[in-house]
Design a protein around this ligand. Structure first.
Ligand SMILES: [Zn+2]
Length: 138
């Protein structure tokens, strides 16, 4: 008997998070940047944590960073990932200084290292959501 694969659990973003994911779905990695003190920030929020300003812009990221930390999953808590074990969930510090979370593409779990340079890629899921993935710098 053949069964359909389990659907992937996706974020259902609202507010500023929906704006972030919409940029990703459009193929652009953008983070908020304070119009007053130029501090980058992520995840999205309405006030700058550095100066308290309420004015900001969605600025384009260089889409590059370095591995900050990761965890490797060996048990399929979500059935969608059962065929991908073991897989890593990785935190990358971008060149802008903010950190993002995603999965690997084109890098083996055993090749992960602190400070490993990576390129930030998109995995389109819907017309409103693309997830972030990290691949080797090309
Ligand atoms: Zn600020």
């Amino acid at each position: 008997m053949v069964t359909d694969p389990a659907p992937r659990t996706l974020p259902e973003p609202v507010g500023l998070n929906a704006e972030f994911y919409a940029h990703c779905a459009a193929g652009e990695l953008r983070f908020q940047r304070c119009d007053t003190c130029s501090a980058w920030r992520h995840p999205p929020r309405y006030r700058c944590p550095a100066c308290g300003s309420e004015t900001w812009s969605w600025e384009l990221s260089a889409s590059r960073g370095r591995v900050y930390t990761w965890t490797v999953t060996h048990r399929p808590l979500d059935p969608f990932f059962a065929d991908e074990l073991p897989y890593a969930v990785v935190v990358v510090e971008t060149e802008e200084g903010v950190r993002v979370v995603g999965n690997l593409r084109g890098i083996e779990v055993g090749d992960l290292a602190l400070d490993l340079p990576v390129e930030i890629l998109f995995s389109p899921q819907t017309d409103r959501v693309a997830l972030l993935e990290f691949g080797p710098v090309t």
